[in-house]
Design a protein around this ligand. Sequence first.
Ligand code: NAD
Length: 496
Amino acid sequence: MKLVEHLINGELVSMGDPTQDVFNPSTGEVGKQVEIATKNTVEKAITAAQEAFPAWRATPPLKRARIMFRFKELLEKNINKIAQLIGEEHGKIAHDALGEITRGIENVEYACYAPQLLKGEHSKNISSNIDSWSEFHPLGVVTGITPFNFPAMVPLWMYPMAIVCGNCFVLKPSERDPSAALFVAQLLNEAGLPKGVMNVVNGGKEAVDTLLTDERIQAVSFVGSTPIAKYIYQTATAHDKRCQALGGAKNHAIVMQDAEMENTVNALIGAAFGSSGERCMAISVAVAVGEETADNLIAGLKSKMSDLKVGNFDNSKNDFGPLITQEHMEKVKEYITSAEAQGADIVVDGRSVNVKGCENGFYVGGTLIDSVEASMKSYKEEIFGPVLQVVRVETMQQAIDLIDEHEYGNGTCIFTRDGEAARYFSDQIKVGMVGINVPLPVPAAQHSFGGWKQSMFGDLAAYGPDSVRFYTRRKTITQRWPSSSIREGVNFSFPS
Ligand code: NAD
């Protein structure tokens, strides 16, 4: 059976570490084995990165950016192969996987701006004959720990910017679908990156804990579930590292009385069930303002959902594929059962979906639940499956209060034709990424990605302008070249 190895110092290597099964979730079969790095393996990767750092730090940003240009071309050339790897281990249908990779490539394109982004800031004559400027220096060896749900894109949120800023990188992708991240990292080496600048270690908690505590690691980028994000943030900062840790979500869409219903229904279907709901920006709650709006919304969703096609990743006619593991599939079904037990109305039930020829795959069909209350377990917690819950409220303010009271604050959106309402909503809502008639407001690469409340720990968000600051440290230099003819006395007052 194929073994997924590590990428250390430019080479694919097996370290003889213990292994773990990697499933094809579409069929439920074990497709590969992945090595689970021990402390020793991770330390070897950190050493490779540390040794590569002095030369890479001294490489001009323009030369670093040229490698990113070649990397972008290789990503485009290999896009179908990457989508296949994602499909085999994650279950994502090709049309969805290609979207993920394209968004990842946009982060590489942003990294190509490095000479511009790293220009620094200059002030001439801050005082008589004194100039001052700030430079942005790389940190050293930095790490990224990533989730299963975007195996290609989320690593690309991190290391193109980290590396183009002059750092060396150790990536620890999800052990549940490691192959896409590993292959993409090999493409970066093929693009001409010096050995050791980019390394990948596969593994779980032992690998992560080694990265969090090794004093050679300067900064940690994390994306995953909230309990782990909190642990990562607390452990990394306790070890004096810079840390950004992005966590889970519960994203609400407000549907106003004046929303254009057919478009709203279509947008919600895609945003709730695309990628089987395993997106941190998936819409998992629709908040309908007014009973008539709710009734029309439920009727529209129910009718459209009868066309949903769930199945094997390799049939591009399917709308979405399986969940990542059998365990996660059972957990999603339990949430639906708990909503039913707590009095919600299961309008469309995906618990017993049958995918012909893939009977052992990890499938849950699209599920619609009406009359959900804020006190229910299925409302309070992140389900991360193809489940859309509807909460009925009377006013927009009640909808805003409901969203603000939720512990997560990743994404949200409003469907309306009323500009005043939309503007009030986007100004008031305590959520990091907001859509107005846009169901998945994932920021473009030239902005930055980050939620509020329990959806992000740390001060700087992922990718975009924040990532330049996250992966560099500022040095400010003040310079004066006094004329040799001037003689100066001692001055004890603070310079002003
Ligand atoms: P996860 O938290 O289980 O795993 C994420 C990473 O942490 C993996 O690399 C994993 O190996 C590692 N990990 C897991 N348990 C650990 C432990 N006890 N100690 C140290 N490391 C550990 O998340 P997941 O299931 O892979 O991904 C889904 C979650 O990620 C969802 O909650 C989703 O909302 C979230 N997510 C958030 C964003 C965002 O930008 N906010 C984006 C994508 C996914």
